[in-house]
Design a protein around this ligand. Structure first.
Ligand code: SF4
Length: 998
């Protein structure tokens, strides 16, 4: 008898699998993008995750990481119970304790510090996305020593944008994906703004009338689908942008009308060398900046509605001194030969003709492809416009620009290029996302000049300085914060310098700490520079045998490398087991079309003795009786935990963490009394709130009166005044003047030259600092890390599905560069920097700048961490480039050592790294180095399984659980509702009876 194999196979396949008995919507947290997800549950377990098609961030798109959230939920690395260290730090020897004991101990340690000197608590959090809450906790506790991870991630982007346009890339702004005709992306971290960018690039590619140019040393990820890849040398992007500006200025392809209306380009700058106001704007008696009106032939206030300003020419001020428009200073600088394509091309690793062509393409897209929308609007000066006119060029940049010691100025340069083209928040340009733009500087100012026992700070610890008077320094101008943020070493460090905390705490510079409290930041491994040094800081002891950092409290959901170095572990839940607040007060998920915020809520119950960190922080705050955390009678102010706080906390009258469904009846947005049913309304709506701006508010948000009124009414701006782009930064000039000896707050002498050099009111370019310390012969190559699209920092390596994609990283090297050294694909090599060397395996590629090597970030793991087998590829073949990056620069002429950071913002300069690559001897092939001792498994660790079989028990029909509340077919309830004639069965799919099947 013959057997039809296909029939047999068909019979074995269940074509219409019942995936779930319940579907709940929440917000993904497998990366920072915060997409909406539908969680399919079966028998109380997560069965399947899909994108929420209604969600404003991802519109149904789900990436590999998001889909694999199911395996984070089932990870063997999940912490199970509070832990107290029993062995030496780093060994991973703990005993499990009860929550009562853990919280009492934390309260005792923190309470002792608060009674004497609250600044001896350093409280630093990682990628938790609840910084408005954790910052408030720090404020109420009374320590200035608080920050989250922005200082080692992207503060250059945030500060560069906020001090220039009042907005920034990623969470603060986005390209007009639907209308842009030219999109230029600078070296980007693939997992920031991940799904929106993928969808946006998809729109551009499929529309067929737009060009996508990627400027990136490596042709991976988004660059791989770009229409043109510009394989620039790392750290030279600023020079490249200046050359583009040079060409636009030379060919007079500048939108002067836009600059006159929206920027400080025509404002007159005092030219009086040596005077205390040299380089500041000339102002009238009311303090308004002055411009020279060509029609009136006189100086007039720049704040009046109509004038025809001069963009060049020396003018005489009423006091007889001279002044020139800031645009003239800008043009003089960038028209110089130093920034011509011919001059910069070799340094950038590009061809001058290509730079000229790219500048011409930008100009053509902006000025020959004007977009006109028939939409009336009124500007902030009362002028009515019957059209919205756009220049369809958009830029995007993230960590590739940010993580250099010259990143702040490069970021400003990109924003200035955007403004010169007249494409800021115009149709087809780059658009702000509410609540941005903000006034420049945005404020509030940083608090913490004084820290008193048992006293809250007088403001939030993080903010934006307006001038030298806002620095957090002592009377001698020396740093007060443990990370030296807001000091003369890096004055505009708006996100702090988390990467310096361990080094400084160990050194007691500027002061020792008693307790280090950290959350969700793998500082013992991939989140720190100089891994060996970091481990020393965590384990080093003084002459009495006590640890130099006396007490470390750490909260995380997983058994990371950092857990092993902490004294007390407060285990967190996964993102599917807790409430979270994605707030407009914090890091919003708005789009250019309108504001949005979101929540997470528990869609599954923890099966371990863990608690959400935010609940724990509220609990500790109440035990410490921090103001705001307890009522007058001493009872907890938020007895219902974090969801109680999310609903009832008010930062100002009617202003709370969530903007949607406020007011007693839930009918108010933005401002309104707390609504007891607010979270229910979010959950009913798919766990998010979104408001679509009316058409007249969609563009020109910096100067659109209807939008400004709305933003003010929502509490995002102190007034409805227009926001003027700061091409020339007076704030930065104030710091330079201080360094030149003016004003009551001046830097210590050893910092004067540095501040004078790097606080230039117009963007500058300088070699990344590591280039100065590394000779081209000793360390000829740049070394970068990239995050794979399928991994988010270190979180992916405990995820069984994601590990199958990448379990060991390779060093990607240009084929020609490797061949010149006799290195072949798969060879093992030593990668050496000025502080050490690591061993890894090479992958030869063509799509990389020949002077650059790169590898995937955070794949290499310490043995025993993340519940990985000690023989796991991550620990034995994967390697960590962090070993090679020093957190300090070599001693300078003044004898001190600055942090390896941007001198303006303190942004960690990860991508300045210079290395040498040498082939290993044959006997050295096979395993990475350095190899650390394995950390012990956590107590009660699950037995290692070679093969995970998750979900086998979920096959078949649901076990007596109630019918689902919503219908679905082909993974989409929405589809099912639109298919005529389809009748839905008990679990929402097409009825098996046949009736109604189509
Ligand atoms: S992009 Fe990030 S938030 Fe969105 S689905 Fe992927 S992992 Fe989740």
């Amino acid at each position: 008898m013959s057997v039809n194999p296909f029939e047999t196979v068909r019979e074995q396949v269940e074509l219409s699998v019942e995936p779930s008995d319940e579907v709940k919507t929440t917000t993904c947290y497998m990366c920072a993008c915060r997409c909406g997800v539908k969680v399919h549950l079966k028998n109380g377990q997560v069965r399947y995750l899909e994108g929420n098609p209604d969600h404003p961030v991802n519109k149904g798109v789900l990436c590999a990481k998001g889909s694999a959230g199911i395996m984070n939920q089932n990870s063997p690395a999940r912490l199970k119970k509070p832990l107290l260290r029993t062995g030496e730090r780093g060994a991973g020897e703990f005993k499990e304790i009860e929550w009562d004991e853990a919280l009492a101990l934390a309260t005792e340690w923190l309470g002792e510090v608060r009674k004497t000197d609250p600044s001896r608590l350093a409280f630093f959090t990682g990628r938790d996305q609840s910084q408005s809450f954790t910052g408030w906790w720090a404020k109420q506790y009374g320590t200035r020593n608080f920050a989250a991870h922005g200082g080692f991630c992207s503060v250059n982007m945030a500060a560069g944008g906020l001090y220039t346009l009042g907005g920034a890339f990623w969470e603060f702004g986005e390209p007009d994906w639907d209308l842009t005709r030219y999109f230029m992306m600078f070296g980007v971290a693939e997992d920031h703004d991940s799904n929106p960018i993928k969808a946006g690039i998809g729109k551009i590619k499929s529309r067929g009338n737009a060009k996508f140019v990627s400027v990136n040393p490596s042709r991976t990820g988004y660059s791989a689908v770009a229409d043109e890849w510009v394989g620039i040398r790392p750290g030279t992007d600023g020079l490249f942008v200046f050359a583009l500006i040079h060409e636009l200025l030379r060919s007079e392809k500048i939108d002067f009308a836009s600059l006159a209306r929206y920027s400080n380009a025509p404002w007159l700058v005092i030219q009086d060398p040596g005077a205390p106001d040299d380089g500041l704007f000339a102002r009238d008696k009311e303090g308004n900046p002055l411009v020279f009106d060509l029609e009136k032939g006189a100086l007039v206030s720049a704040m009046q509605p109509d004038f025809k300003p001069a963009f060049a020419g020396v003018r005489e001020l009423p006091d007889g001194r001279k002044a020139v428009p800031s645009f003239e200073l800008l043009a003089r600088r960038y028209l110089s030969d130093a920034f011509s394509p011919d001059t910069v091309a070799a340094t950038c690793g590009l061809h001058a003709d290509d730079i000229r062509r790219l500048a011409a393409e930008l100009a053509e897209a902006a000025f020959e492809n004007e977009i006109v929308i028939d939409q009336a609007w009124t500007d902030a000066w009362g002028r009515k416009h019957d059209k919205m006119i756009g220049r369809p060029v958009a830029f995007h940049a993230m960590r590739g620009i940010s993580a250099h010691s010259n990143g702040f100025h490069t970021c400003r340069a990109i924003h200035i290029l955007q403004a010169l083209l007249g494409s800021v928040d115009t149709p087809g340009g780059w658009r702000n996302k509410a609540p941005f733009p903000k006034p420049i500087p945005a404020g509030p100012k940083p608090a913490g000049k004084t820290c008193e026992p048992e006293t809250p700070l007088d403001g939030m610890p993080l903010g934006t300085p307006f001038g030298p008077e806002d620095l957090i320094v002592d009377d001698d101008g020396e740093p007060l914060r443990i990370d030296k943020a807001y000091s003369w070493e890096h004055p505009l460090s708006a996100h702090g310098l988390m990467h310096m905390v361990l080094q400084n705490a160990w050194a007691g510079d500027p002061q020792p700490v008693d307790v280090l409290f950290m959350y969700m930041a793998n500082m013992a491994w991939n989140s720190s520079m100089n891994t060996a040094g970091t481990i020393k800081y965590l384990t080093d002891k003084d002459e009495t045998g006590a640890y130099k950092i006396p007490k470390i409290i750490y909260s995380d959901a997983f058994y990371s490398e950092t857990v092993a170095y902490a004294d007390l572990i407060l285990p967190d839940t996964t993102y599917l087991e807790r409430y979270d607040c994605i707030s407009l007060l914090d890091r919003p998920i708005s789009s250019a079309h309108g504001p949005a915020d979101a929540i997470r809520h528990p869609v599954i119950k923890p099966d371990r003795d863990v608690r959400p960190f935010q609940d724990v922080l509220l609990d500790i705050g109440a035990r410490l009786a921090l103001p705001g955390f307890v009522k007058d009678d001493g009872a907890p102010a938020y007895p219902g935990g974090y969801p109680d706080y999310m609903v009832n906390h008010e930062r100002g009258p009617g202003l709370g963490p969530l903007a949607g469904w406020r007011g007693e009846k839930g009918d108010k947005q933005g401002r309104g009394e707390p609504n007891a049913n607010q979270l229910d309304r979010y959950i009913e709506n798919g766990a998010f709130w979104h408001y679509e701006l009316p058409p007249e508010q969609q563009y020109y948000k910096h100067a659109n009166q209807a939008y400004l009124d709305y933003a003010h009414s929502m509490g995002w701006m102190p007034s409805a005044s227009p926001i003027v782009f700061h091409l020339y930064s007076e704030v930065i000039q104030k710091f330079r003047l201080a360094a030149m000896g003016h004003g009551p707050k001046q830097p210590p002498d050893r910092h004067r030259e540095r501040v004078k050099t790097y606080f230039d009111p117009l963007p500058i370019w300088y070699q990344p600092f590591e280039d100065d310390t590394a000779s081209d012969t000793d360390y000829p190559l740049h070394a970068l890390t990239q995050r794979p699209m399928h991994m988010y920092h270190s979180w992916g390596s405990q995820n069984a599905w994601l590990r199958q994609i990448t379990a060991a990283n390779r060093l990607h090297m240009h084929r020609g560069t490797a061949q010149a050294q006799g290195i072949e694909d798969g060879d093992w090599v030593w990668v050496s920097s000025r502080i050490g060397r690591v061993k890894g395996q090479v992958k030869l590629v063509d799509g990389v700048n020949p002077n650059t090597v790169w590898t995937w970030n955070a794949i290499g793991k310490r043995r025993g961490a993340w519940a990985l087998d000690k023989d796991a590829p991550e620990s034995n073949r994967g390697f960590l480039l962090n070993h090679l990056i020093d957190e300090l620069l070599p001693k300078g002429e003044a004898g001190g050592r600055y942090s390896n950071s941007d001198p303006v913002t303190g942004q960690a300069a990860w991508f300045d790294l210079r290395v040498r690559v040498e082939k290993c001897a044959p006997e050295e092939f096979g395993a990475t180095e350095p190899l650390y001792d394995a950390q012990n498994p956590m107590p009660d660790a699950p037995a290692h399984q070679d093969v995970l079989r998750y979900g086998a028990d979920l096959k078949g029909e649901p076990k007596g659980t109630p019918a689902p509340s919503e219908d679905w077919i082909a993974h989409r309830a929405e589809v099912s509702k639109t298919v005529p004639g389809v009748k839905h069965g008990r679990y929402g799919r097409a009825d098996k009876s046949g009736e109604g099947q189509s």
